[in-house]
Design a protein around this ligand. Structure first.
Ligand code: APR
Length: 228
């Protein structure tokens, strides 16, 4: 059985990472949505770098939760037949043990040199404009897909959705495209697992409401049970 899972900020909420639209909180007086744009970076690169430096540093303070671990368990059962497509820029899927994870919005722990184009695994800050380890230019930006930029690897995702038997969306508001359209691209059955019905909940064949740390392990138990 080929399964594609889409995850959003809701799967990491119970690990202590705030979602984008639930908190209503400001960061240094700015709406986080307005910091995540190429225009914001052009206007004030230091501000944008500090925002992502803080989010990168916060990764050291959080751990994967039961939902991330359940998806790693599902990969043990399904192997290459599972693809996790995530909008999240954290590394909690990988730290839970998932290997087939595709980050369509990039990753906090990756830095991208705008001078030479090389990407580097990155743990520290970028606001102090460190040199690129490859070319020396002080031109590293967060390897994050901002609003108005093209998500990574959509060909791969489109293909996987076309081939899947089941598409499951977890912890995402269904407001940001192209991920919000995946339910229409999926050829197989569709299921939503979310705290509340998302904007696109009625597009799914089935929608279950509750915290990801409960819904995801229960759903994985169901799938693994069917495979036995
Ligand atoms: N369990 C399950 N779902 C949850 C939980 C939880 N514990 N907590 C919150 N949610 C749900 C919320 O109800 C909401 O529908 O997760 C969703 C989070 O929505 P958003 O904050 O909009 O996050 P997401 O959908 O991932 O945002 C998409 O927007 O800002 C951009 O690039 C950013 O990748 C992000 C994209």
């Amino acid at each position: 059985m080929k399964v594609v899972v889409l995850t959003g900020a809701g799967i990491s909420a119970e690990s202590g990472l705030s979602t984008f639209r639930d908190s209503g909180g400001l960061w240094e007086g700015h709406d986080p949505m307005q910091v995540a744009t190429p225009e914001a970076y052009a206007d004030d690169p230091g501000l944008v770098q500090r925002f992502y430096d803080a989010r990168r540093a916060a990764l050291d303070t959080v751990e994967p939760n039961a939902a991330h671990h359940a998806l790693a368990r599902l990969e043990e059962a399904l192997g290459d037949d599972l693809l996790v497509v995530t909008q999240n820029v954290d590394d909690l899927h990988e730290r839970a043990g998932s290997r087939r994870v595709h980050h369509i919005h990039g990753r906090l722990r990756s830095a991208w040199c705008r001078a030479c184009g090389v990407r580097h695994e990155w743990d520290g800050p970028l606001a102090d404009t460190p040199p690129c380890p490859a070319c020396g230019a002080r031109a590293l930006r967060p390897d994050i897909v901002w609003f108005g930029e093209i998500p990574y690897g959509m060909d791969l995702v489109e293909q996987a959705l076309w081939e899947c038997d089941l598409f499951v969306s977890i912890g995402t508001s269904g407001l940001v495209y192209p991920a919000a359209a995946f339910v229409h691209w999926a050829r197989g059955a569709t299921l939503e697992l979310n705290l509340e019905p998302s904007a696109g909940a009625t597009d799914f064949a089935e929608s279950r409401q509750g915290p990801a740390s409960e819904l995801v392990p229960a759903w994985v138990d169901q799938v693994v049970g069917l495979l036995r």
